[in-house]
Design a binder for this molecule. Structure first.
Ligand code: 1CP
Length: 333
């Protein structure tokens, strides 16, 4: 069993496995080199050999305990035939939504469109030592996918006032998203993903109706993933009440964000915990990094804990700082 599986399934503490959210990406020079020759981001995600190579880059450099497949949460709307583009220095731009088109997509069309993602997982799965390392597949949570599909660009700090105006559209979309996220999860697991992480990057934008948009739709995916025999890690970024989230949604593990007090969490939540360290700490000096890293390790010393960040690693992060972080975690006891 891998260290992460021991931590999640057997609830062992003191193992401190480590991987980092967005570890395969922009802070790595070897990634930037590939990216500079591949301007179309979606096409790059769908180039199975390159996607697998990028997935393994941070493993080769830092020997992390898990690889996370190089893909994007927005492959879901892409698979549903909504146009998705990534514009430099701006972020994602999605095309218009047409419910009639969406209704015509079936499982076969969708899986065919995303087939290269599954091939990339399969190639990677055959290249890693599966007794030692996990291969993480992932999806965006229904709420976060809904936000991108309706808003069409990053909402940044808040939703437009008329976001909820078309109740029929929202309800139809949520049911389509639920169906295809499950297909996407199943395909990733069949291709070799050993854990699924659900990224709810915009959970913090919701003040009301959290059961309706977050708990219920996420619970549906968590139960489905567990039924496939695979652990599921949730990251409801910015949600105020992590304890309530865990009590209702019952993920196999939960990733906390950097605004959360880890001391409160360790007292109140008994499921395995992942993450927490503010990715901006990696932009400071080595001593601060060591101190902050040890703070998390000490607080979670008697709790099943997977070391990770409280959000994705920043593009400006220096390689030496990641090396320092890994060394601090690996030598802690
Ligand atoms: O080179 C580039 O310009 C592309 C940058 C990039 C990368 C490297 C994007 C565009 N996506 C990715 C890969 C990616 N995205 C991974 C790969 C595996 C890894 O190394 O972790 C993962 C897990 C994601 C997940 C993702 N995409 C999330 C959830 C996590 C989070 O950071 O909150 C979100 C919100 C996205 C959307 C997205 N994709 C890319 C960007 C710039 C964004 C965010 C835009 C926004 O702020 O709305």
């Amino acid at each position: 069993m891998t260290p992460i599986q021991k931590c999640i399934v057997e609830k062992k503490s003191n193992l401190n496995p480590i991987w980092l959210m967005r570890q395969a990406g922009r802070y790595l020079p070897e990634f930037r080199e590939i990216r500079s020759k591949n301007q179309d981001f979606i096409k790059l995600c769908l180039s199975e050999n390159l996607a697998s190579e990028i997935t393994l880059q941070p493993i080769e450099r830092f020997n992390f305990d898990a690889a996370i497949i190089f893909s994007d949460i927005l492959m879901l709307p892409y698979g549903l035939n909504q146009k998705v583009e990534f514009e430099k220095n701006f972020g994602p731009k999605l095309g218009n939504l047409n419910l009639d088109d969406l209704k015509n997509i079936d499982e076969v069309d969708f899986s065919f469109k995303l087939n290269s993602v599954y091939k990339a997982i399969n190639i990677t799965s055959n290249k890693i030592n599966r007794d030692e390392k996990d291969l993480i597949g992932f999806v965006g949570a229904p709420w976060t996918i809904l936000v991108y599909m309706i808003n069409k660009i990053s909402p940044k700090k808040k939703l437009k006032e008329d976001f909820f105006k078309d109740e029929f559209l929202i309800n139809r979309l949520l049911s389509i998203i639920d169906k295809f996220l499950k297909i996407h999860i199943k395909n990733q697991v069949e291709a070799g993903a050993t854990i699924i992480q659900i990224f709810d990057s915009w959970a913090g934008l919701l003040e009301n109706n959290i059961p309706e948009y977050i708990y219920i739709p996420t619970l549906s995916l968590v139960e489905y993933t567990k039924s496939l025999g695979v652990p599921v890690i949730c990251f409801p970024r910015g949600i105020k009440d992590y304890k309530n989230f865990c009590d209702i949604v019952k993920p196999s593990a939960v990733n906390i964000d950097y605004d959360i007090d880890p001391k409160d969490i360790v007292k109140n939540i008994d499921i395995p915990i992942q993450g927490g360290l503010d990715p901006k700490i990696l932009l400071q000096d080595e001593d601060t990094l060591e101190k902050e890293t040890k703070k998390y390790l000490n607080i979670f010393k008697d709790h099943p804990y997977i070391f990770n960040l409280g959000h994705g690693i920043q593009p400006q992060t220096k390689i030496e700082m990641v090396e320092k972080l890994v060394k601090t975690v690996r030598s802690f006891n």
